[in-house]
Design a protein around this ligand. Structure first.
Ligand code: SME
Length: 150
């Protein structure tokens, strides 16, 4: 089990000097590999002018949801509310874009650069009630740290 307070791995990846998308992919790989209940980890990049999210680096099964208009699904709702959205049972959601029938819970963290919404970190889990407050704090911290890449 990963220590949620240890973010040395993140500092190391962020300081690697690699291009943004390589760094984001490494973060996805690390999270999915180290944390058993993270089954799909990806970033969506925001285009506030067009009001659309575009799939960025991700680690997990390919998804058909490569462009998500603001407002649609959990990701699109997080883009409108600009708040973390945590859904412990996706089956109970009417505004949800299914990637795989295996997914049961999902958390979406908006990323801000200088106060502007720039991206989202999206995590799916194959268990319901998967995400605790610890997950949320840990992922929101990652969201704050990756802002330097935008
Ligand atoms: N389930 C998301 C779509 C993205 S996938 O989980 C990768 C949603 O409802 O916005």
């Amino acid at each position: 089990m990963t220590d949620f307070n240890d973010t040395k791995w993140l500092v190391k990846i962020l300081r690697s000097g690699k291009p943004r998308d390589e760094i984001l992919l490494k973060i996805c790989q690390y999270l999915k590999t180290k944390i058993a209940h993270y089954d799909w980890v990806g970033f969506y990049i925001a285009d506030p002018e067009k009001q659309v999210l575009t799939l960025g680096p991700y680690y997990g099964a390919p998804t058909e949801h490569v462009r998500i208009p603001f407002g649609q699904g959990i990701c699109g709702r997080a883009a409108e509310t600009l708040e973390t959205i945590l859904v412990q049972d996706v089956g109970s959601e009417s505004n949800y874009l299914a990637c795989s029938l295996d997914v049961e819970s999902e958390i979406v963290i908006p990323v801000f650069k200088d106060g502007q919404f720039v991206a989202e970190l999206d995590i799916d889990s194959h268990q319901n009630n998967s995400f605790s407050n610890q997950d949320r704090c840990f992922l929101e911290k990652i969201g704050r740290e990756v802002a330097v890449l935008f």
